[in-house]
Every structure is written in structure tokens, then in C-alpha cells.
Design a protein around this ligand. Structure first.
Ligand code: MN
Length: 228
């Protein structure tokens, strides 16, 4: 028995300090998880239940590749985010056990066709067209917990062409990493290889071809991506 077409390749991220790679199963993204970003998007940041959308594993862009400005949009935004990589999963994970499932952390960009997302919001339609397009998830190498622990506080920022555009602290997350894992696991069965993009601080903005993005999270290093 064979395949009738070639199976798609396994999508992987590099793991810092090893030649082995991390195979990616799903990408969950949490929305409006920093109060000031919720406000800049016109929402009340009081602690409502978190909400999620997904990107596709093959939307990942590994560091070293350029981000091609996508079609059908005139307003493509950067969103710098801490990415959580799971080594195990399950359903109904209690908050106090949630961090046991984390393999490591990376820096990611939740690139967004803001104009298309805005239309979708207005019409009550799903967000995929604004969020889950090709190369929409640039991501750096995974830093294993064994090396970096669990970054519960520390600067998260993004520079565009050397100018600071987004700046926050991961301790400003409304829903902390253990809470988002626990909450997600009530609705989905989490599994090894899942990534969670944990939301972005304030300051999101548009990119254009030629821009150089440099993201940073304390303890998780830098992510460099060029827009072409
Ligand atoms: Mn985001």
C-alpha cells in the first residue's frame, strides 16, 4: 500500500543547541491577550475568557527565510509573540500541571492581513483569510525549557528598521501560559507538536517590502525577518 500522491513534508522548527528538530502538529493563537493591544484594537481588556484561532503548520516561516508580502492585502501587520511548544498534551489539563507539557519557547510573528481580518470581523466571518495565509507565521528556533526555564516575565519587543514599535513584558499577558494551556485543553485535545502563539503587546503596525523586523523576548533571543 502506498500513497496516491506524495505525502506533504513534516513541518519542523529547529531546536537551539541540537541538530534535532521539533515537528509541528497544530498552531493555536490567542487573541487580545495584552490589555493595551486589546484597547488599540477597540476592545475592553477586562478578563473575559480567552479566544483562539488557528494557523496551519505549513504557514510557518523558519528564521533565515524572507517574508513575502502576501497577495490581496494593502495592510499587513506585524504582531510579535511568545510561542509555546508542547511536548505532550491531553484534555482538561489543570493549570498547576500545564507547564509540565511545555517543551520550550520561541519567538514568533503573527502576520496579519488586517484589512481582510477587519472585513471578516465586520461580517461575522472566520478569520483564516486574514490570519492563516502562506508564510504568516515566521518563527525562530525553539529554546528548550531545560535551557531557558519558563519565561514568566521579561521584555518582549519588536523593532522595524531599527525603530522600536512594540514593547511590553510577557508578565502583562492577561491569560498566562499555564492558564491558556488549561483553557485550550478543555476545548481541544492538545498533543505533542502543538504550538501556541500567546498574543501580542501594543504597537502593531503595517509592513512594506524592504522592512527589516527584529523581535526579541528576554531569555528566548531574537528573531530577524525581512519583508520582500
Ligand atoms: Mn496575534
Amino acid at each position: 500500500m502506498g500513497y496516491v500522491i506524495s505525502p506533504p513534508p513534516v513541518v519542523t522548527l529547529p531546536v537551539l543547541g541540537t541538530d534535532d528538530t521539533f515537528p509541528v502538529r497544530r498552531i493555536y493563537c490567542i487573541g487580545r491577550n495584552y490589555a493595551e493591544h486589546a484597547i488599540e484594537m477597540g476592545h475592553d481588556p477586562s478578563k473575559e475568557p480567552p479566544f483562539f484561532f488557528q494557523k496551519n503548520p505549513d504557514n510557518l516561516l523558519v528564521e533565515g527565510q524572507d517574508f513575502p508580502f502576501p497577495p490581496k492585502s494593502k495592510d499587513v501587520h506585524f504582531e510579535i509573540e511568545l510561542v509555546v511548544a508542547l511536548k505532550s498534551g491531553g484534555a482538561n489539563i489543570p493549570v498547576d500541571r500545564a507547564l509540565d507539557h511545555v517543551f520550550g519557547y520561541a519567538i514568533g510573528l503573527d502576520m496579519t492581513r488586517r484589512d481582510l481580518q477587519g472585513e471578516a470581523k465586520k461580517l461575522g466571518r472566520p478569520w483564516e483569510i486574514g490570519k492563516a495565509f502562506e508564510h504568516s507565521a515566521p518563527c525562530g528556533p525553539i529554546h528548550p525549557v531545560s535551557k531557558v526555564g519558563h519565561p514568566a516575565s521579561g521584555a518582549i519587543w519588536l523593532e522595524v528598521n531599527g525603530e522600536m514599535r512594540q514593547k511590553g513584558d510577557v508578565n502583562q499577558m492577561i491569560w498566562k501560559v499555564p492558564e491558556m494551556i488549561s483553557y485550550l485543553s478543555e476545548y481541544f485535545v492538545l498533543a505533542p507538536g502543538d504550538l501556541i502563539m500567546s498574543g501580542t503587546p501594543a504597537g502593531v503596525g503595517a509592513v512594506k517590502a524592504g522592512d527589516r523586523l527584529r523581535g526579541h523576548v528576554d531569555g528566548v533571543g531574537d528573531l530577524n525577518v525581512s519583508v520582500v
